[in-house]
Design a protein around this ligand. Structure first.
Ligand SMILES: *[C@@H]1O[C@H](CO)[C@@H](O)[C@H](O)[C@H]1NC(C)=O
Ligand SMILES: *[C@@H]1O[C@H](CO)[C@@H](O)[C@H](O)[C@H]1NC(C)=O
Ligand SMILES: *[C@@H]1O[C@H](CO)[C@@H](O)[C@H](O)[C@H]1NC(C)=O
Ligand SMILES: *[C@@H]1O[C@H](CO)[C@@H](O)[C@H](O)[C@H]1NC(C)=O
Length: 314
């Protein structure tokens, strides 16, 4: 009497196992890579001479499920997220990238990308995050990037970019632009006045060759700016009367030619880090809850700053 029961449960087991298998199959075929996106991706792979990072990119498999670095697709199988961090990619940014019409996130940092930043990137209407830092990109910043309607963060840091910040960067059409990082390039010239109007929360211009006035970047009325780094440039302006925003938590203006005194308001801000060292500042460091808690090194090498945390004024 035991045999048929065993047979029955075995049957049941294999039936459920089959069901399980087919559900797995269903799950993996739930999103099927859009054919034109797949073609564009394969072109990217060939463009980079089939480097080993792309070894899972087999034309017979589903790019949305089986390909490394393809981290997201929408429900129609259009690629939304690419992450090629440290893929050892060398050469120019491939034009096929521009064919991925639904791409939101392009993470291409820590590679050996060279040549200019192509202006077609400015036509990728769904792009939200563009990370090109730690590459060997040269030439100017294309002004077309300001036309990206949904862009939220741009990081072009640690490249060899030249020229100045495009005038158009003061009027990003995206209301969502929160972060702009251009640090460690060879950018020069004055920063366009219009940039003071952009609703940016994090601005990093550190380690370039920018000149002239930057006081308009600190706008008191605009409460969004919380981190600004303009250190290691050739900025030359009077700091005494800049309108510092109430939201400011990180301020680094060190290694410039900034003169005047520190604005009184500085003592009232919720600062977590400050560095005004290596400038031509003078006068009493504003009193307030916080400034005296910072190390004196962050106020050092100025013309005649005094008061806590530096030596008393005479
Ligand atoms: C890359 O792979 C494609 C398809 O297999 C092949 O046609 C092409 O010659 C390869 N390119 C290089 C540089 O190996
Ligand atoms: C970039 O290229 C240089 C020289 O060919 C090589 O030594 C380095 O490892 C490459 N770096 C990356 C991140 O691919
Ligand atoms: C602050 O940002 C908002 C939103 O982008 C903008 O409309 C406004 O003009 C800015 N204010 C100033 C004083 O720049
Ligand atoms: C400010 O910037 C300088 C130069 O880029 C850097 O060395 C320093 O560590 C920064 N200070 C702080 C407090 O982050």
């Amino acid at each position: 009497m035991q045999a048929p029961a065993l047979k029955c449960s075995l049957l049941f087991f294999s039936y459920t196992f089959l069901l399980f298998l087919s559900s797995l199959n269903l799950a993996s075929s739930a999103i099927v890579c859009n054919p034109s996106d797949k073609k564009a991706l394969l072109d990217i792979k060939y463009h980079f001479h089939n480097v080993s990072a792309f070894k899972t990119w087999d034309s017979k498999t589903d790019c949305c499920n089986d390909w490394s670095g393809v981290l997201g697709c929408d429900k129609h199988g259009h690629v939304t997220t690419l992450d090629f961090t440290s893929y050892n990619l060398a050469g120019p940014i491939p034009s096929s990238l521009g064919k991925l019409r639904k791409l939101k996130t392009a993470i291409l940092h820590t590679n050996n990308l060279s040549g200019h930043i192509p202006s077609f990137l400015g036509l990728m209407r769904n792009l939200e995050f563009l990370y090109l830092y730690d590459n060997k990109l040269t030439g100017p910043i294309p002004s077309s990037l300001s036309q990206l309607p949904k862009i939220s963060a741009i990081n072009l840091g640690s490249n060899q970019l030249t020229g100045s910040i495009p005038e158009s960067f003061g009027s990003f059409i995206s209301p969502l632009i929160t972060s702009l990082s251009l640090y460690s390039n060879k950018l020069s010239g004055p920063v366009p006045k219009s940039l003071g109007k952009a609703n940016i929360q994090l601005l990093d211009l550190n380690d370039n060759k920018f000149t002239g006035d930057a006081s308009f970047l600190f706008s008191k009325d605009n409460t969004s700016l919380f981190s600004i780094d303009i250190s290691n440039n050739l900025f030359h302006f009077d700091f005494s009367n800049v309108d510092l925003p109430q939201s400011l938590e990180y301020l680094n203006i060190s290694h410039n030619k900034i003169y005047g005194s520190l604005p009184k308001r500085l003592g009232q801000l919720p600062l977590k880090k400050i560095d005004v060292s290596f400038n031509q500042l003078c006068g009493k460091i504003p009193t307030g809850r916080r400034l005296k808690q910072f190390s004196p090194v962050f106020f050092s090498h100025n013309k005649c700053l005094c008061g806590p945390p530096l030596a008393p004024c005479h």
